[in-house]
Design a protein around this ligand. Structure first.
Ligand SMILES: Cc1cc2nc3c(=O)[nH]c(=O)nc-3n(C[C@H](O)[C@H](O)[C@H](O)COP(=O)(O)O)c2cc1C
Length: 334
């Protein structure tokens, strides 16, 4: 069963930040690196077919060196395209390739990938084998506990068995089923009840498999508790919406020495990255939109967020705006 962690066996997947479209872009990931140097970061989902057709692969794949360890999440159902994507992930320097088998959105379903593939384990096994042959990177999967009425423990175990045999090395399990019809993606992240006990039963039946728990984890204490059962925890919305809640993660989960992390320090830490982004013609707002949540529950938070939103969205917004926002926080002791 689960081994207590020591610095030697403490893998980055002990704590990971979930892939989230429109949230976990490279700017947010660089920001999160000021908070945790150890957590495993996931990209937003990149569709294998888009990667094949685009003339601008760099736009979909580029990342900053400080983002390591980082996993590229891919969506798709074509073994050849997925193999190509996995091979590109290795060329680009990613640490891992993750296949999305959990997203129930209509767009994703119409492409026959994401959660709807949970009813086709043989097809996914074929995709994983094909990816495995194309790269030496670990191939991992992220999935639900079931879809529609295919939601028994037996089916879940059979599903992971087939994928494991094909070469998947880790299973990030969103502890909810997904309804493919009738619920939109947001509802599919809130309405089906969380069933941690189902994921625990999976881990108990297959103790040799590496299982990460995902869904509804709100704070580091809940994660530490989950880590007594699971090999890793993956957190999405609670990290994006409340980044400062996680400033002790490296200490609590990875056994690092404590360090003081303040919102002003985080913003100062991303200034060199922001400068590079602006030099390349990027907009300040691309980065600033992710910094707003750094300030909550303190005096003047709302004003600080409003001022930054207004000024950073202006066309010619420059680095001084972010420097000034950091200075205001620093002067207020944050
Ligand atoms: C805005 C948003 C976008 C998401 N995009 C993805 C995605 O691209 N790939 C994926 O596998 N899951 C995606 N998810 C699901 C999350 O990775 C995660 O499984 C889910 O939010 C449950 O975890 P949480 O309760 O910690 O947020 C997304 C979730 C949100 C809120």
């Amino acid at each position: 069963m689960f081994k207590e962690y020591t610095p030697n066996n403490c893998h980055s997947y002990r704590f990971s930040i979930a892939p989230m479209m429109d949230c976990t872009d490279r700017h947010f990931r660089v920001l999160m690196r000021q908070i945790s140097q150890k957590a495993l970061l996931y990209t937003e989902m990149v569709v294998a077919q888009s990667l094949h057709h685009t003339k601008h692969r760099d736009r979909l794949l580029d990342f900053d060196f400080i983002e390591h360890p980082i996993a590229l999440q891919i969506g798709g159902d074509d073994p050849d395209l997925l193999a190509e994507a996995a091979s590109l992930a290795e060329d680009w320097g990613y640490d891992e390739v993750n296949l999305n088998l959990g997203c129930p959105s209509p767009r994703v379903q119409s492409g026959n990938f994401g959660a709807c593939l949970m009813s086709q384990p043989k097809k996914i096994a074929c995709c994983i084998e094909s990816m495995r042959k194309a790269t030496n990177l670990p191939i991992t999967v992220k999935h639900r506990i079931g879809i529609d009425n295919l939601d028994t423990l037996e089916l879940l175990i059979d599903f992971v068995d087939q994928l494991s045999l094909a070469g998947a090395t880790r299973f990030a399990v969103h502890a909810r089923k997904a309804w493919l019809k009738g619920l939109n993606p947001k509802e599919n992240r809130t309405i089906p009840p969380l069933q941690y006990e189902r994921v625990a039963a999976l881990k108990a039946s297959r103790p040799g498999l590496i299982v990460e728990l995902n869904g509804g984890l709100q704070n580091p204490n809940e994660c530490l508790k989950a880590l007594t059962t699971f090999d890793g925890v993956m957190v999405g919305r609670a990290v994006y919406e409340h980044p400062m809640r996680w400033i002790q993660i490296d200490e609590l989960i990875f056994g690092d020495t404590p360090k003081e992390i303040k919102a002003s320090k985080i913003i100062k830490g991303i200034l060199p990255y922001a400068e590079k982004h602006l030099t390349k013609g990027g907009r300040l707002w691309d980065i600033c939109k992710h910094t707003l949540q750094l300030v909550e529950g303190i005096n003047g938070a709302r004003n600080w967020r409003r001022e930054l939103s207004i000024s950073a969205q202006k066309k010619k917004a420059d680095l001084k705006i972010l420097e000034n926002a950091a200075r205001q926080l620093e002067n207020a002791g944050h």
